[in-house]
Design a protein around this ligand. Structure first.
Ligand code: SF4
Length: 365
């Protein structure tokens, strides 16, 4: 595979239109790639012979490949992709609901899925609880490498192009640290002539780079935001996410308040509950106060101790009490279900098991 060739998955429809002789040819190509999932130009039968030859000589359709899959009993599938330079990233397909069929065999509602996408190889943020961080930062993913994770999984699972699904930028890496390519990917995935995954179905999950939240907000793309808050106390948060020194809790909350948001939707806050540190009802009270004025949803996550961690996992009883306290005071709170736990669906674990890279990566966000 020549690296001098242009990867079509890196291009928006507008980019493609500017590169090929006729607009309709670009649309036909988009149709073959994103609707028929064809990767071989020679099989794109309604394209002229000259055009196909031009494509074969100068372009390629994607350049990442699936090197490993792991299947969980709950329907979660974890993919390991190899990139053109031999690096690997992980992507997770979560099946949220099966097809609902009535007694006559008619479809009541289609299965729903969510794809958890990576945006970088490694990460610069260095969260203490995340083994991806331990491998350091290697490089940003290109637009095409982000888009192709979704396309390759839909092709692999034969998920029709127009079946509704959600994208969460929550795999390896900090999406806002690769903002330009992230935005390019969001737009390509949303293109009506392609996979048509509306920005409303795409969520950017960030560890809280407040200046970049503002930048993303100014673009007014219509995407959702999820914030890895994890603590209401700056000292504790700095221990978990060292970047909190530069972008503290107050700056993140201000940026979230400025973010253009669809009134019907809620901003998701991830909160790591740590035994004896932030699991008291006083902390729950502080959380309610902090999020006053924001239409928020809290996702409570059990803290899982990492090697040399000074923190401990809370009990189930404490978790329930914490969630009940928030819910009874109008702050919607859920406890994160550990989906795909039997296949280690935390980001990074598949890379470690595959032996493709040395880093012992473990989890993300
Ligand atoms: S949790 Fe996410 S943001 Fe933090 S180091 Fe890991 S990959 Fe980076």
């Amino acid at each position: 595979m020549s690296l001098n060739k242009i990867n079509i998955i890196d291009l928006s429809l507008e980019d493609l239109i500017s590169k090929v002789p006729k607009k309709f040819q670009a649309e036909q190509l988009f149709d073959w790639i994103y609707h028929k999932y064809e990767t071989d130009f020679s099989k794109m039968s309604n394209l002229s012979k000259d055009f196909r030859d031009n494509l074969i000589n100068n372009y390629l359709v994607g350049n990442i490949k699936i090197v490993h899959r792991e299947f969980s009993d709950d329907g979660t599938i974890k993919y390991l992709f190899q990139l053109h330079d031999g690096r690997t990233v992980e992507t997770v397909l979560l099946r949220m609901k099966d097809d609902q069929i009535d007694e006559n065999g008619d479809m009541l509602s289609q299965a729903k899925y969510t794809i958890c996408v990576s945006t970088q190889v490694g990460c610069k943020v260095g969260c203490a609880f995340c083994l991806t961080a331990k491998g350091g930062f290697i490089r940003d993913l290109s637009v095409g490498e982000i888009v192709e994770q979704v396309l390759a999984i839909k092709r692999d699972r034969e998920i029709e192009y127009n079946r509704k699904g959600n994208i969460v930028y929550m795999g390896m890496g900090e999406p806002l640290d690769n903002l330009k390519n992230l935005v390019g990917a969001i737009k390509i995935l949303a293109d009506e002539k392609g996979l048509a995954i509306s920005p409303r179905r795409q969520t950017v999950s960030t560890s809280g780079i407040s200046t970049k939240i503002d930048k993303l907000g100014l673009m007014d793309l219509g995407v959702h935001l999820a914030i890895s808050l994890h603590s209401v106390d700056n000292d504790v948060r700095t221990k978990l996410i060292p970047m909190n020194k530069a972008f503290n809790i107050e700056s993140i909350i201000s940026a979230v308040k400025r973010f253009p948001y669809d009134n019907r939707k809620r901003v998701m806050f991830e909160y790591l509950v740590i035994k004896g540190v932030n699991d008291s009802l006083a902390s729950a009270k502080q959380l309610i106060k902090l999020l006053e004025g924001i239409k928020a949803k809290i996702n409570l996550i059990y803290f899982n101790p990492y090697p040399d961690s000074e923190f401990e996992r809370p009990s189930e009883e404490i978790m329930m009490k914490f969630a009940d306290y928030l819910n009874s005071r109008g702050l919607l709170a859920t406890i994160r279900a550990s989906r795909g736990i039997d296949i280690s669906a935390a980001c990074g674990q598949l890379r470690e098991k595959s032996g493709l890279e040395l880093e012992n990566l473990n989890s993300c966000n």
